[in-house]
Each structure stands twice: as structure tokens, then as C-alpha cells.
Design a protein around this ligand. Structure first.
Ligand SMILES: Cc1cc2nc3c(=O)[nH]c(=O)nc-3n(C[C@H](O)[C@H](O)[C@H](O)COP(=O)(O)OP(=O)(O)OC[C@H]3O[C@@H](n4cnc5c(N)ncnc54)[C@H](O)[C@@H]3O)c2cc1C
Ligand SMILES: NC(=O)c1ccc[n+]([C@@H]2O[C@H](COP(=O)([O-])OP(=O)(O)OC[C@H]3O[C@@H](n4cnc5c(N)ncnc54)[C@H](OP(=O)(O)O)[C@@H]3O)[C@@H](O)[C@H]2O)c1
Length: 271
């Protein structure tokens, strides 16, 4: 299903407000599945972020009070709009508001961006692995749209684990990235490994990322060995997955950025 968009809506806006947030307009909504969607908003020109960062968004609850939640930015730093990938969780306050969202609605966006899931947390390396579960793919897409990433690494490998095949969001967009001139100029190759855990046969890989990493299946599928001297990993999504991967990789000598010493891995947990 494509984006539902209102034609002619302006994107970049030059005027903010004295508040810590700006009121933006939802310009497009795209449903990947009944519970997973992407949406775009106008962007205040003063909103700055590094790929991998998250924004803080607010929507009104049933009583009209603002419910604030963090959401990773999917769009590129140079896009004139902001894009987000979201899941609707049962009984979630923000999810309920998001379920009612329509093109043309207003959404509050904090003027600041946040987070440490950025490439500048990592020491230089050869291969960049982007490991995501569910909506954790979102910041990886923004990172992949950064020309510097294609110039600074030789291999980019995206691993996306979802329950059901229709949640393999941005599949076509990922496949098209190597055709983008200003990314291709960087020279990196791009690998994409989809994992579907609850639809048998829907993808070649069907086990959770830590299992596939521990038994070497991930390296085999990517035709790329993981080692602390040449591999860098960014991990986003399910917190239990992040904890398991941190332990596994820690045993292999991988560390996060600490007190100014650049690391070999970086994490964002979503709950
Ligand atoms: C730094 C950060 C960045 C985030 N970025 C995103 C993002 O880009 N997209 C996004 O959908 N969510 C993201 N989240 C989660 C998001 O902020 C909300 O928690 C979520 O959308 C649900 O909000 P809610 O009020 O409906 O339910 P909440 O009360 O906030 O959450 C209820 C429960 O839903 C489950 N849950 C929450 N978020 C997710 C999720 N993303 N995937 C699967 N289960 C979840 C957890 O079990 C959680 O305890 C992020 C969270 C953090 C901390
Ligand atoms: N996805 C849906 O169909 C759906 C539908 C309605 C509501 N929801 C709600 O959305 C939330 C879940 O969203 P989600 O499916 O995007 O997130 P998720 O439960 O984190 O699942 C995303 C992927 O991460 C994997 N995973 C889960 N725990 C892991 C761990 N400890 N280590 C490694 N991988 C792990 C899952 O594998 P497994 O399959 O093995 O768990 C799946 O492949 C829940 O609140 C749920 O109620 C989801």
C-alpha cells in the first residue's frame, strides 16, 4: 500500500515558536500491516538531527492532553520532511492516538533530537552491521541514507527481524539504495537479510538474531565474518534482544563508546 498524501502541502517550515516544540502537519501515512505504519510530517527548518537520532512526538489523548513518546527518525538529514515508523501496541496511550491519525492532523515535535545510536559513536571499521527488530529498522534507514556511511565503510549489512512478512518495511527502498547516485559514489556494497520468525517459509532466515549470530548463520548468509578489528554493529529494537546481543558481542571483545573511547557497537532499546 502506498502513502496517503495530501498534495501541495508544504514541508520545510522556517518559523518555529518560543516553545520547546513545534506544531507540525501530518503529510502522509503508509500502512505496512494493520499494526505497523509510517507517517511523514512537515519539518521545522531548525530541527536538526544526526541519522540514528530520535525525536520526541506528542499527540492528544481522548481528553486532549498531550502524550509524548520518543520515535526514531527514518528520513534523511537532508529531507525537507520528517518520517517515522511506528507499531500500534494494544492499550498503548500513544498507539491509540496514532490509530486515529489522519493526513492534515497536527503533531507536536520537540525541537531537539536525542540518542547515541549514531555512527560517530563507533571507531572506524570496514563492515557496518545494522541489526534491527520490528520498528527498530527506522533509524537504520536514516543511517543508510547518509552518503558518509557509504564512503566510510566497505560493506553495509542490514538485518531486519520481524514476526510476519508484511512487517518487512522499506524492503523495496533498501533494495533501491545502491541505485542512488550520491550513495553509490561512496563505493560500499549493501547486503539485506530479512528474518521472518512467525510465518514459516516466508524468508530464508527464521530464527532470532542472537541465535543466528551465535551459530554463525548470519555471517554465512552475509558472506562476511564478524570480528572486533573490522566489524561495527548498531542494534535497535526489542530490549531483550539488545541485552542478549550485548552479552554475546561483549564476549567477542566488542564494547560501546565509553568516556570518549570510540566503541565497536551501539544500541537503542525501544522499551
Ligand atoms: C529511544 C526510543 C526510540 C523509540 N522509537 C520508536 C520508533 O521509532 N517506533 C516505534 O514504534 N516505537 C518507538 N519507541 C517506542 C515508543 O516510544 C512507544 O513506546 C511506542 O510507540 C508505544 O507507545 P504507547 O504509548 O502506545 O505504549 P507504551 O505504554 O509506551 O508501551 C507499551 C508496551 O508496548 C511495547 N512496545 C513499545 N514500543 C514498541 C515497539 N516499538 N515495538 C514493539 N513493542 C513495543 C512494550 O512492551 C511496551 O512496554 C521508541 C522508544 C524509545 C525509548
Ligand atoms: N507483530 C505483530 O503482528 C503484532 C500485532 C499486533 C500487536 N502487536 C504488538 O506489537 C508489539 C510487538 O511488536 P513487534 O512484533 O514489532 O516486536 P517484537 O515482539 O520485538 O518482534 C519483532 C522481532 O523481534 C524478535 N524478537 C522478540 N524478542 C526477541 C529477543 N529476545 N531476541 C531477539 N529477537 C527477538 C521477534 O521474534 P519472535 O517472533 O520469535 O518473538 C520478531 O522477529 C507487542 O506489543 C504486540 O502486542 C504486534
Amino acid at each position: 500500500m502506498g502513502y496517503v498524501a495530501e498534495p501541495g502541502l508544504q514541508a520545510f517550515r522556517d518559523t518555529g515558536s518560543e516553545d520547546k516544540w513545534t506544531a507540525e502537519t501530518v503529510t502522509a501515512i503508509r500502512h505496512w500491516s494493520p499494526t505497523m505504519l509510517s507517517f511523514r510530517t512537515t519539518r521545522y527548518r531548525g530541527f536538526r538531527f544526526t541519522p540514528g537520532h530520535y525525536a520526541r512526538l506528542a499527540l492528544p489523548d481522548a481528553e486532549g492532553a498531550s502524550v509524548w513518546r520518543p520515535y526514531s527518525v527514518v528520513s534523511a538529514a537532508y529531507d525537507e520532511y520528517l518520517e517515522f515508523l511506528a507499531i500500534l501496541v494494544p492499550e498503548g496511550a500513544f498507539s491509540a492516538a496514532l490509530g486515529r491519525l489522519q493526513v492534515g492532523d497536527t503533531i507536536q515535535v520537540d525541537k531537539n533530537s536525542y540518542g547515541f545510536l549514531t555512527v560517530d559513536q563507533l571507531a572506524p571499521g570496514n563492515d557496518l552491521w545494522l541489526l534491527a527488530s520490528g520498528t527498530g529498522l527506522g533509524p537504520m534507514i536514516s543511517i543508510l541514507r547518509d552518503p558518509a556511511v557509504w564512503a566510510n565503510f566497505n560493506k553495509l549489512i542490514v538485518v531486519h527481524s520481524v514476526r510476519h512478512a508484511d512487517e518487512l518495511a522499506y524492503r523495496d527502498e533498501i533494495a533501491a539504495l545502491p541505485e542512488v547516485d550520491f550513495l553509490a559514489e561512496g563505493g560500499a556494497s549493501l547486503g539485506y537479510l530479512p528474518i521472518v520468525t512467525r510465518d514459516p517459509g516466508a524468508a530464508a532466515l527464521n530464527q532470532r538474531i542472537p541465535v543466528l549470530l551465535a551459530d554463525g548463520q548470519l555471517e554465512k548468509a552475509a558472506k562476511c565474518e564478524i570480528g572486533v578489528d573490522h566489524s561495527r554493529l548498531m542494534i535497535c529494537g526489542n530490549p531483550a534482544m539488545a541485552t542478549e546481543l550485548r552479552q554475546l558481542l561483549g564476549k567477542l571483545g566488542f564494547a560501546t563508546n565509553r568516556r570518549g573511547i570510540l566503541g565497536q557497537m551501539a544500541f537503542e532499546k525501544y522499551w
